[in-house]
Design a protein around this ligand. Structure first.
Ligand code: IMP
Length: 193
């Protein structure tokens, strides 16, 4: 029988990716499936803090063992901004296009355009807390290219490729991404439990 675990998200892309990597031995439930419809506060100053806030919230109010993720784009010449504020870099509207344009404008004239995506997954299981991290290094190009993916994908070229994540498409992205790496670490841990 597959083990039930809650993933504190309603993002369909993330759910599909995580279900795919975790495989048939885990039954991953979304927030909607446990009938959690409120906005979980994400008020911490770090990715680790936000991932833990979300996972602890589900445990406290719904009683499930669960995991939650938080991701940020860290641009070296901007002191790792937007980082934990990636979703609302250009304002509360959480507009991906405006966020990308802000990053491009802040980087204008800078020679070093290196950046990385970093994902942190917090797992709450049997009373203990665990963190798993995944990163992918790359560079921010000067103007957006490609239509796949979401967020900053059209301006991020991972090392070893010439195309942006949005040009590479989800099949390749989901094999090499920050989130994929963090989820694989989570899977290794859960398989050994
Ligand atoms: P979240 O923590 O996964 O919700 O991500 C926060 C923000 O980071 C998103 O709103 C996106 O702007 C950005 N982001 C997260 N993951 C990715 C990704 O895989 N590609 C591009 N942008 C991402």
């Amino acid at each position: 029988m597959s083990k039930k675990i809650v993933f504190a998200t309603n993002n369909k892309h993330k759910l599909e990716e995580v279900r795919d990597i975790l495989g048939a031995s885990f039954s991953v439930l979304s927030l909607q499936e446990i009938r959690c419809f409120e906005d979980i506060p994400e008020t911490a100053a770090t990715l680790e803090g936000n991932a833990l806030l979300k996972a602890r919230y589900i445990k406290a109010y719904y009683g499930y063992d669960c995991f939650a993720d938080d991701t940020g784009l860290e641009i070296k010449m901007l002191n790792n901004a937007p980082g934990v504020y990636s979703a609302r870099y250009a304002g509360e509207a959480k507009d991906s296009k405006a966020n990308m344009l802000k990053a491009l404008s802040e980087l204008s004239g800078k020679l070093d355009r290196s950046a990385r995506f970093r994902t942190v997954i917090a797992l709450l299981m049997e009373g203990d807390e665990y963190l798993f991290e995944g990163t992918v290094e790359g560079n921010i190009i000067e103007s957006p290219r490609g239509t796949a993916g979401f967020g900053y994908d059209p301006v991020f070229v991972p090392n070893g490729y010439n195309e942006t994540f949005a040009e590479l498409g989800t099949d390749i992205k989901n094999k090499i991404s920050h989130r994929a790496e963090a989820v694989k670490k989570l899977k290794t841990f859960l398989d050994e439990k």
